[in-house]
Design a protein around this ligand. Sequence first.
Ligand SMILES: Nc1ncnc2c1ncn2[C@@H]1O[C@H](COP(=O)(O)OP(=O)(O)OP(=O)(O)O)[C@@H](O)[C@H]1O
Length: 267
Amino acid sequence: MIRCENLHVTFNQGLPTEKLALRGVDLSIEQGQFVTVIGSNGAGKSTLLNAIAGDIPSTAGKIFFDTRDVTRLPATARTKDIARVFQDPLAGTCGSLTVEENMALAYGRGSRGKLSSALNEKLRQLFREQLSRLNLGLENRLDAEMGLLSGGQRQSVSLLMSALQPSSILLLDEHTAALDPKTAALIMDISSQIISEKQLTVMMVTHSMRQALDYGDRTIMLHEGKIVFDLSGETRAQCEVKDLLDLFAKARNDQSELDDDKLLLDS
Ligand SMILES: Nc1ncnc2c1ncn2[C@@H]1O[C@H](COP(=O)(O)OP(=O)(O)OP(=O)(O)O)[C@@H](O)[C@H]1O
């Protein structure tokens, strides 16, 4: 379970550039729940994920994993709970290491110096099995340098790597946004399989309203650092993309700006 209580994040506090990115987020996500997170540019979506992962310190409020108060724990102390996949395929993997070395790191086999000895045939077989799920032929390219793979291939490996970790929380930050539609669909398909196999607690940021409604069991919308609505159950099941846009317009009380908003992308 993830619980945020009155979470605040302020950047550049006390400076002319001060920015209140999160302004009192209260959110409780049950174990195994899959929450899609939407909101316009600058609404605070990535900041919320970063604060939960411990990459950004909170200015006020608390964060709990189950009953553990992790608010003051650094990101390194949260990695056993959290796996992440980012928008940028380069962000989650190391380009100068091979596919199997990257996967071994995710598997928790230590530093590069120890990688070759840690990589045994049993582990390679596991990696091959995982990679074959992608149908991209990567199971035959374990020794290829990650930097030589395409963005989509690299993102696919990042996703599989997230599943090799023993974590219970998966944070997806627009992880299909940089991919072509076919690869994006493949990644979403594999994401769904991994999430249900491992019964993960998931937060997925997306700019696609369609994706926000088609995946998961709850949708929250952030606006100016606050949750402006929270949909689940029958209300969400009945909700269409147009209804989401209407709700958003009401929350912002500013219909006119919607036309320019990236949220209108409905891919
Ligand atoms: N490191 C930082 N320093 C200063 N301001 C920041 C920093 N990171 C984010 N911000 C600001 O905080 C606000 C929230 O940013 P955030 O990246 O969380 O938005 P977002 O909802 O993820 O937007 P997008 O959809 O554009 O990625 C924005 O105004 C942003 O400019």
